[in-house]
Design a protein. Structure first.
Length: 267
């Protein structure tokens, strides 16, 4: 692990976790390459894919690849969280950014913009779910969600369920190192990164929360795509259908076709 005083200022390490999603990871990495004009490096942690996606990653000279053969004792949040922690251990820059492999960038200057929100007193920048329904619909749902209201009453005085998600989030590396915080904390109880975010707040650190519409200016997230594309994971039929439709729509778009056709982005 790099010493806190030796972190490269004004630079971001983007960490992507791959598990058997070659085309999604290719799109993710190429979009970073195409739209990023702020100093960055990329670490990809492969969770023992053992397929063509690993061969693709080995062919890229511009990323740092961390392979984990035989390390997978579990899947889900444990696998993702411990992979991000591997990336964090290898981070030597001022900022650390976890990004899902089913996320891709579509706006020039996106990273510079996110860094601009991370003032000296801010430990992390990011958002929650990318729920892009009209605001009135979200407000109506919030007001009529009886189950959520019951949960809130039962948990009165406790924090809500919101946390900055590892879909695409920016953290100050020195804070994570100094506080000994990791993404795989309490993954038996919380999803990856949730406990880390709560600990940051409990220890007095501030976060800059970006609403879903702001995050959507930078990225698109193909939620559940890794699980849907790997039959070993089980998802509801409705989720499967919705996700596959989203994937098809994205890959049929002119921007994604352009990115996927530009092999120079791998060099």
């Amino acid at each position: 692990m790099t010493e806190i005083n030796n972190l490269t200022p004004g630079k971001v390490t983007i960490c992507v976790v791959n598990y058997k999603t070659e085309e999604l990871t290719r799109l993710c990495l190429r979009s970073i390459r195409k739209f990023t004009d702020f100093p960055y490096e990329v670490i990809v942690v492969d969770n023992d894919s053992g397929d063509s996606s690993l061969e693709y990653l080995r062919s890229l000279s511009w990323i740092k690849l961390i392979e984990r053969p035989g390390e997978m004792k579990d899947s889900g949040s444990w696998a993702h969280g411990t992979a991000l922690d591997k990336g964090l251990e290898a981070c030597s820059t001022e900022f650390f950014m976890p990004m899902h492999s089913d996320t891709f960038v579509h706006k020039k200057g996106w990273l510079r913009d996110m860094v601009s929100y991370c003032h000296k007193d801010i430990a992390c920048v990011g958002g929650g779910k990318l729920d892009l329904k009209p605001r009135w619909e979200l407000l109506l749902k919030r007001c009529t969600d009886v189950k959520k209201l019951i949960r809130k009453l039962k948990n009165k005085g406790k924090r809500d369920d919101f946390y900055v998600r590892t879909i695409c989030a920016l953290f100050r590396t020195d804070v994570l190192f100094r506080e000994n915080l990791r993404f795989a904390m309490n993954v038996d109880k919380y999803t990856c990164g949730k406990s880390l975010y709560y600990e940051l707040l409990d220890r007095g650190y501030k976060s800059k929360v970006l609403d879903p519409f702001k995050m959507a200016e930078y990225i698109d997230h193909l939620a559940h795509a890794t699980m849907v594309l790997n039959p070993e994971f089980k998802v509801r039929d409705r989720t499967d259908k919705k996700c596959r439709q989203h994937i098809q729509k994205v890959f049929d778009s002119s921007l994604v076709k352009e990115i996927m056709a530009d092999n120079s982005l791998d060099n």
